[in-house]
Write a protein that binds this ligand. Sequence first.
Ligand code: FAD
Length: 615
Amino acid sequence: GIWRLSKLGVPLHLDPGKDFLDVSEGLLQEIAKVLKFPVASMLPPEAFLVVRKSFDARKVLKEPKFVYTVEMDVHKLLTLEPRTWDFISRLEPKVGLIEHIEHMRGSSGDLVSITRDYKINKSAESIKGESIYKEGSDDFPGSRRPKVAVVGSGPSGLFACLVLAELGVDVTIIERGQAVEQRGRDIGALMVRRILQLESNFCFGEGGAGTWSDGKLVTRIGRNSGSVLAVMKTLVHFGAPESILVDGKPHLGTDRLIPLLRNFRQHLESLGVTIRFGTKVDDLVVEDANVVGVEVSDSREKSEHNSQKLRYDAVVLAVGHSARDAYQMLLSHNMDLVPKDFAVGLRIEHPQELINSIQYSSLAAEVHKGRGKVPVADYKVVKYLQGEDGDTSFDSGATSRSCYSFCMCPGGQVVLTSTNPSEICINGMSFSRRASRWANAALVATVSSKDFGALNCDGPLAGVEFQREFERRAAMMGGGNFVVPVQTVTDFMENKLSVTSVPPSSYRLGVKAANLHELFPLHITKALQHSISMFDEELPGFISKDALLHGVETRTSSPIQIPRNSDTYESTSLRGLYPIGEGAGYAGGIVSAAVDGMYAGFAVAKSLGLYSGDI
Ligand code: FAD
C-alpha cells in the first residue's frame, strides 16, 4: 500500500533548501517521529517520495520550516532487515490511526498518456468490430474524421486541442496572434520602441495571456485533484521541471514557458493539428441556430478582401477576456452574455528586499536573489470591508466589498497588457529565477453591477465598458505613449501628491507621478485605502515611501459569462459552439483554464461520438 504523510515540518537549519526535493536526513527524522519509529537512519529513503514542499516562515513559528507531504510505499519497507520489518509491521495498524495520514488518491498520468490509453482501448474495441474510429485513418462513422476549430491558443484552447487531437479529431487552431518566436520579437519592439502590435502582444499570441507572465501554477480548484495533476504532468511532459509536481507554490516563469509551448506545438503538429497563426475569427457561420464554421481573416492585413469562410463540425471558443471584439460579435448573434462581478484596482510595487525583510526578518539574508536556501518572499492579503450601519463608504449601493492582493510576482516586473494604444492596463511577469529587484502585486476591490450602473455602464457588456473607462483614464493620466500613472503608497494614503520625482519602477515604458484618487469612484478608492492600512497591520512596513502604486489593474477575471450546458459544454444559445476558459467566465488563471479546456475537449469528443466515458 501507499500511504500519504502530510504536514511534516523540517526546521530550516536541518533542511538542504528550497531546490532539494529528495528525502533529506532532516525529513527522515521527521517521518520517524510521526511513525514513532526509533531510529530514523534505519528507514530506507527509497520508500518515501516527496509530493509537496512549501516554505513556512510565519512569525508565530519559533523557527521557519519547510513543510512536506510524502508518500510512503509500505512494500518498499520490506527491503529492511527482517527484525526492523517486524517492528514496522507491528506498527502498521497504528499508522492508519495517525491523523496526518490520508489515503493516496488514484493518481493520473499526463493527458497524452490518458488519451493514448483511451485510443489503445478503442483500437482493441475496433478489433471486436465496435469502434467507430480507426487510428491513423480518416474513417469517421464510415465517412471522414470530424473537423473541429479551436479559436485561441491560450491554455484552455491548447488543452482542448490536445485531448481532441489525441482522440483522433481533425483539429485546426485559429490564433489571431503570432507563434512564440515572432511574438517575442513583437513584445521586444513594444518594450524598446513602444510599438504595440494590436494582434501580437502580452495578451494575444501562442500560449495566450499567460505566456509572458509569472507562470504561477497555483490554483484554487483543488491542487491534488486528478484533473490538475493531469495538467501539471502534461506540462512536465512538454518540458516543465518536475519540481512543479512537488512545489507548494509551483512557478514556471516566462523563460520556461516559451520552449514548453514550442514542444506542445510540435506534439500537436505530429498529431496532424493545423495551426493558423495570425488568423483572426471575425464571425461565426450560423445556420438554423447551429454553428457550422467560422469566418476568418489575416490579422495583420487590413484589407476587407482577405476574409474566408471555413466549415467545421464544432467550434471551441477559447478567446480569453481581452478579446472584446469577440464579445461584440457574439452579441450580434443574439447570444446570451451575462455580466459577472470581478475586481479592479492598482498594482503595487515594493523593492523585493523590503518584502523579504517584512516576511523573513533576519532570514532575508538567505534569499540571495532566488539562489539561496529559502524562496524569494511573497505575500497574499485579503480583507472584507463592510461599512457601519448606513455607512456606504466602500460601496456604491448596499453591498460590502472584498479587497485583496492578486497575482503577486516576487522578483518580477510590471508589464503593459493593453491591446489598444488609447488604453492602459498592467499586470506582472517574472523569469524562473525571480531575480529582479522588485516585488509587485495587484491590489484590487471587487466590483459588481451596482458599480457598473453608477457609471452608466449597462447591458451585457457593462463590465467591459467599466474596465475600459478606467483604462482610458489611466492612459490620459499617464500622458500617452504607454506611460503609466503612479503614486507612492504614502501619498495615496494621504490623498496628496508630494513627490514629483517618484521612486524607480520596474515598468520599462515610463511612469508619471499622478494622484490616483482621480482614477476610481470615491468608494473604490476608499476601499483600497482602508484595506492597504489593514494590510500594513499584517505586513508592517507595507506602507512605505519606496512602494509605488501603478494604475490600472482591470483585467483580473472575465467581466462576463457565456452560459453553456454544464454536461455538454455547448453554448445554451447556439448549438455546435463550445465557449471555454477565462473569456467565457469558467476559469481564472493558467491551470484552471487548462483544466476547463481538458474537460471541454472530452465533452466535444463525446458529442462527436469519439469518447464515451464520464466527463
Ligand atoms: P487566453 O490565455 O487569454 O487565450 C486566448 C487566446 O485567444 C489568445 O491567444 C488570443 O490571441 C486568442 N484570440 C482571441 N480572440 C481571437 C479571435 N477572434 N480569433 C483568433 N484568436 C483569438 N495566470 C496564472 O495562473 N498565473 C500567472 O502567473 C499569471 N500571470 C499573468 C500575467 C499576465 C501578464 C497576464 C496577462 C495574465 C496572467 N495570468 C496568470 C492569467 C492567465 O494568463 C489567464 O488566466 C489564462 O491565460 C487564460 O487562458 P485562456 O485560454 O482562457 O485565454
